[in-house]
Design a protein around this ligand. Sequence first.
Ligand SMILES: Cc1cc2nc3c(=O)[nH]c(=O)nc-3n(C[C@H](O)[C@H](O)[C@H](O)COP(=O)(O)OP(=O)(O)OC[C@H]3O[C@@H](n4cnc5c(N)ncnc54)[C@H](O)[C@@H]3O)c2cc1C
Length: 423
Amino acid sequence: MFDVVIVGGGAAGFFAAIHIAEARPNVKIAILERGKQVLTKVKVSGGGRCNVTHAEFNPADLASNYPRGEKELLGPFHSFATGDTIGFFEKRGIPLKIEEDGRMFPTTDSSQTIIDCFTSEAERLGVKIFRVCTVTGFENITSAKGDYWQINTTKKTYKCKKLLVSTGSNPKIWDLLQGLGHTIVSPVPSLFTFNIQDERIKNIPGISTHAEVAVLDKIKSRRNTNSASQSEILSSEGPLLITHWGMSGPAILKLSAWGAQILDSYKYEFKIRVNWVPEYHPAGLLELFLKVKQVEKKTVLRTKVLDIPKRLWANLVRASGIDDTVTWPDVTKAQLQELTTQLTQGLFFVNGKSTFKEEFVTAGGVDLKEVNFKTFESKVLSNMYFAGEVLNIDAITGGFNFQNAWTGGFLAAQGIVNSFDNT
Ligand SMILES: Cc1cc2nc3c(=O)[nH]c(=O)nc-3n(C[C@H](O)[C@H](O)[C@H](O)COP(=O)(O)OP(=O)(O)OC[C@H]3O[C@@H](n4cnc5c(N)ncnc54)[C@H](O)[C@@H]3O)c2cc1C
C-alpha cells in the first residue's frame, strides 16, 4: 500500500513525485514505469539537449502557444511557469541558458543532466521506482477503512490512496480511463512537416526565408485554381524552411499544431497559399515591378529585386514563364503579374506529412472539461490526478510541451499534498 502511486516515469511523473516527496517526506510514493528505463523521451528530446522550457514569462503569452490547453493553462501558469522551472533546476545546480529564439536548455547541452537530476532527487527523497511494470488496469475500491485505488500491473497489484496518471500518449491507458467514465478526445498527430512535390521548391533544400502560409482547403481537384479567390482556414507567419520532402520551419510547424485535427480530417492532402514576401500586397508589388521595369536593363532572373533567397527567386521567375534571357525592358506586364502572384499567392499541394527532427506530440487525450485545473484532479473519479500529455494539451515546438508537464506535475503534487492535509 502506497500513499501515492504515479503511473508513468516520464517528465510529468517525476516532477510530481519530487514535489510531493519534498513537501511531505513521510508520504510513501511509487512510480510504475512500463519501460526498462525511465524518462526516455527526456533523453531524446531537443536533439539530445532537452529543450526544457521557453523564455516566455507572461502567463497569457505563454498559454497562447498551446493550441489545446490555452484557456485551461492560464490559471496554472500563474502558479507555476517558466520562472519557476528555471528556479527548480537552478536550485539543483543546473543553470539554463536562453537561445536566440527563446528556447531554453541546460548549459551542459545534455538531456542526461536533467535525467540525472530527476533520478538522484527521487532516490534522495525515497521515491520507489518500479521499472518494466506495465499498468493494465485501475479499480476504485470502497472499504470500511476508506476508498483506495487498486492498480493491476504485469508484475504485482499495488494499492494507493492517491493515483496520478502521467502516461503520456498511451492509447491503452486512454481506453482504461474511458472505461471508467472519462471522455477521451481522439488522438491525432501534431508537429509535423508538409510533403510537397513541386518544381518551384525542388533542388533548393536548406533554403529558409520569412513567409506567410495559409491552409486553404482539402484537395478536391488538382486544377491550378486561383488561390486568391479561396478562403483560408488557418494561417501563420514565420521562418519557412524548404526541405528535400517539402516545407518545414516554424511557419509550417505552427500550422501543423493549430490545424492538427482539421488536417487529419483532410488525410493530410490539402492546398496552401504561400506569400514569400509578406511585407507586400499584390498590388504594391506589381507597382514596384513596373517601376523597376522602367530603369533596369539586366535580365529579370539576375536582378533580385526583393529580399528573398536568390535560388528561390530564380525558381519563381521561371515558374512565371519568364525565360532566363528575358530582360526588364522585354518582360510583359502579364508576366510581371504572374510573378507577383507566384510571390504573394503561390498555390502548393500538400500530399502527406513527415516527422520534424523525430519530435512529435499527440493532440488529444483526457477531455479538459473533466479536470479541475486548480489541482489537476479528475472531476469524474475521486483521488485520481493527471499531468502531462495524457491530457488533451499540446503546444507548438520550443519547450512548451515540457512546460506543460512541469506545471501539471507541480499542481497535481500540490493538490495531492493539500488533500492529505485535509484528511
Ligand atoms: C523526439 C522527441 C523530442 C521532443 N523534444 C521536446 C523538447 O525538446 N521540448 C519539449 O518541450 N517537448 C519535447 N517533446 C515532447 C515531450 O517529450 C513530451 O511532451 C513530454 O515528454 C510529455 O511528458 P509526459 O510525462 O506527459 O509523458 P512521457 O514523457 O511520454 O512519459 C510517460 C511515461 O509513461 C510510461 N507509460 C505509458 N504507459 C504506461 C503503462 N501502461 N504503465 C506504466 N508506464 C507507462 C511511458 O513509458 C513513459 O515513460 C519531444 C517529443 C519527442 C517524441
